[in-house]
Design a protein around this ligand. Structure first.
Ligand SMILES: NC(=O)c1ccc[n+]([C@@H]2O[C@H](COP(=O)([O-])OP(=O)(O)OC[C@H]3O[C@@H](n4cnc5c(N)ncnc54)[C@H](OP(=O)(O)O)[C@@H]3O)[C@@H](O)[C@H]2O)c1
Length: 266
């Protein structure tokens, strides 16, 4: 597949999405499910089973069978991740699908109550990096192993952030984690020319994450920025950014591992 060719989601597609229980993940699940062709299969991952079930019910259709699994993605071992993926495929062969798609959407903000110059709790940092970087990499590796014989049908979307490329005071956990995660996917794209890799940055979106910033942040500028976003009504709705993500993905107009932002051509 050429790096600029469009991506056709209308065939039989296998799609994995992390962080699917709410927010942007739920919205992406809903939007992608509308585009998938007959005999498609979706696997939704997060911890909250009830909310996953709600997302699944929004995605299920004649074309799309939806499975979900409650997994703590900060702790799952490689074997567990591989098992979850393999079980979801049931008796389907990896060559059955025209496209094998994974959205790495899971994410958290980390400790917003510690000043960057006072960060020293390595265990806390490690836990943050486990969920947001290390386990994202290991899940991606399990996915690639399963589909290694049909790599040219693999498409990977990493949900990144402006914070991966622009420092934001008060968010050292988040910015450094997003930067590391994005760079991993860029390096992967550099090596795996047949795999399509997109780093999609959704813009500021009205989700639980924003409320967490307002509740926890000690950095005045950070609180001001997000308070202004909220008060001026400039936050995007999850559906808006999910639709844009689909547009970018389907157009295929991104270079390997490119960081594409919601606002890039708005
Ligand atoms: N909101 C924004 O303005 C914004 C801007 C730029 C980028 N982003 C990125 O977009 C992505 C989604 O953000 P969001 O705003 O939709 O956040 P959110 O509402 O907080 O959702 C986070 C998702 O991650 C899941 N999750 C968290 N910890 C988990 C764990 N240990 N194991 C498994 N799943 C876990 C949550 O599900 P459970 O709690 O059920 O496990 C939830 O589904 C993130 O990568 C974020 O960095 C967001």
């Amino acid at each position: 597949m050429a790096s600029s060719s469009s991506i056709d989601l209308s065939g039989s597609t296998y799609c994995v999405l992390t962080g699917a229980s709410q927010g942007i993940g739920r919205a992406i699940a809903v939007e992608v499910s509308k585009l998938l062709g007959p005999n498609s299969l979706m696997l939704l991952l997060a911890r909250n089973k009830q909310e996953l079930a709600k997302t699944a019910s929004l995605c299920e259709s004649d074309n799309v069978k939806v499975l979900f699994e409650s997994v703590d993605l900060s702790r799952a071992a490689n074997k567990e991740m591989k098992g979850v993926l393999e079980n979801s495929l049931q008796r389907r062969n990896v060559t059955d699908f025209a496209l094998n798609l994974i959205f790495h959407n899971v994410g958290s903000l980390g400790n917003l109550a510690v000043e960057t110059s006072r960060m020293e709790d390595v265990e806390e940092l490690r836990e943050y990096y486990d969920l947001n970087v290390f386990k994202v990499i290991s899940l991606n590796t399990q996915f690639l192993k399963i589909f290694q014989d049909v790599e040219d049908r693999v498409v990977i979307v990493n949900v990144t952030s402006l914070c991966a490329i622009k420092p934001m005071g008060g968010m050292a956990f988040y910015c450094s984690g997003k930067a590391a995660r994005e760079m991993y996917f860029r390096v992967l794209a550099e090596e795996k020319k047949h795999v399509r890799v997109l780093n999609y940055s959704p813009g500021p979106v009205e989700t639980a994450m924003i409320d967490y910033v307002l509740a926890e942040a000690v950095n005045d500028n950070l609180r001001d920025v997000f308070t202004t976003f909220k008060n001026q009504g400039t936050l995007l709705k999850p559906e808006m950014t999910a639709k844009k993500c689909m547009k970018v993905l389907q157009s295929g107009k991104f270079t390997p591992g490119e960081h594409v932002d919601y606002f890039d051509d708005e």
